[in-house]
Design a binder for this molecule. Structure first.
Ligand code: ZN
Length: 232
């Protein structure tokens, strides 16, 4: 399709590439990996039973880190134990000053340094994942929180995590979050956005939630909202 800018005769017309030149990067890809689909379904269901979770906060800890480490990653690890064939890449949370590296069984075997065996959170898997999981667009690399890959296929699930804490309404954060999910979705067939809310803001504004949720699902973006309570 040739598009011409109206009233701009001096500007070169540009040509839109047909979608099929994008290969697998189509709007509704058929996810072939049964394991990946099952992983996403079980993770989502497990996190939403119940939808309210209690987490302990230590002084100075960032809510998002607590949410990731104490809830999401623990649940990811539990689900992964039933799907060990999938490659799970989560942040290693490594101590940069420590010479002891956190590595999976495979990378530990390759390593010639001291290492601790970890089920998930391998430092080498995490750094290797950037090349195939991140989205490089407009001169920028967009990285994601957790990626799960079917080793035998070129498909991955992306999980983005966001924490909202405070009395204010996190409009800007939610809008930015959906942008991140769309960037992930441009490359990966299944994308899950998990929001943990400590916030007490609730203005009762829900009447369009189902419509937004439906549009997100049509784009294969699953939004999961969890209420977080602080352990006393
Ligand atoms: Zn590894």
């Amino acid at each position: 399709m040739l598009l011409l800018s109206p009233n701009c005769s001096g500007i070169e017309p540009f040509r839109l590439e047909p979608v099929d030149v994008l290969g697998d990067w189509t709007i509704r890809p058929l996810v072939k990996s049964v394991e990946l689909k099952a992983f996403a379904r079980i993770l989502s269901a497990g996190l939403q039973k119940p939808t309210t979770h209690t987490l302990k906060m230590s002084d100075g800890q960032a809510p998002e880190k607590v949410l990731k480490r104490e809830l999401i990653e623990k649940q990811v690890e539990r689900v992964w134990e039933d799907y060990p064939g999938l490659l799970v890449c989560t942040p290693p949370w490594s101590d940069k000053r420590s010479p002891i590296r956190r590595l999976c069984a495979w990378h530990l075997k390759q390593a010639h340094v001291q290492g601790t065996l970890v089920k998930i959170g391998c430092e080498d898997c995490w750094s290797d994942s950037k090349e195939w999981a991140s989205v490089d667009a407009w001169g920028m690399r967009h990285n994601f929180d957790i990626v799960v890959r079917d080793r035998s296929r070129t498909e991955a699930l992306v999980i983005e995590v966001k924490a909202f804490k405070g009395a204010g309404s996190p409009n800007g954060e939610v809008q930015r979050f959906i942008g991140q999910l769309l960037l992930a979705r441009s490359k990966h067939p299944i994308v899950m956005g998990i929001c943990g809310r400590w916030t007490t803001a609730n203005m009762g504004l829900f009447k369009d939630t189902a419509k937004v949720d439906k549009v997100c699902r049509q784009l294969d973006l699953e939004m999961v909202f969890l209420e977080i309570r602080e352990a006393q």
